[in-house]
Design a protein around this ligand. Structure first.
Ligand code: TYD
Length: 135
């Protein structure tokens, strides 16, 4: 199965002595239209979020505050991305198993998604994911 590659995208950063500012425009800075935004916060130490893949959904993940690791698995190997800057984000294409872990205290993960929530988009069984990914 061929999908796009995950990659870090550096967002605009307007440096200002009053405080810095960054922004995202759909299709301009990220390669999709934004249908949904959600965020993960108040994560207790040691907890892991995610542990699933999406059949068609694409996401863009930003450490708006603090830091965490996004672990992506393509069915053969995994890559770890450490996110710790609010002007960097990780583009996650469809069909990547993803977990988010190692959240720092008070960190906030902002996630932009190209579709609304749909439970049928989820693959929650890793073996099933690998089978689908490698077929
Ligand atoms: P889930 O995507 O499994 O969380 P994570 O991958 O971060 O561990 O979602 C957890 C719960 O929240 C699940 O019951 C569905 C619900 N949910 C929504 O209702 N809307 C959403 O946009 C998201 C992301 C989750």
């Amino acid at each position: 199965m061929h999908t796009a590659n995950p990659h870090i995208i550096q967002l605009p950063k307007i440096i200002d002595p009053r405080g810095n500012l960054s922004f995202i425009e759909e299709e301009n800075h990220i390669p999709f239209n934004i249908a949904r935004t959600y965020w993960i916060y108040d994560v207790p130490g040691g907890e892991i979020r995610g542990g699933h893949a999406y059949k068609e959904l694409q996401e863009f993940i930003i450490a708006l505050s603090g830091s965490f690791d996004v672990i992506l698995h393509d069915g053969k190997e995994e890559i770890k991305y450490h996110l710790n800057r609010s002007y960097n984000g990780l583009f996650v294409p469809k069909m990547y198993w993803r977990s988010i872990e190692n959240f720092s205290t008070n960190s906030v993960a902002l996630v932009l998604s190209d579709d609304v929530y749909n439970v049928n988009e989820y693959i929650r069984d890793f073996e099933e994911f690998k089978k689908m990914r490698n077929s």
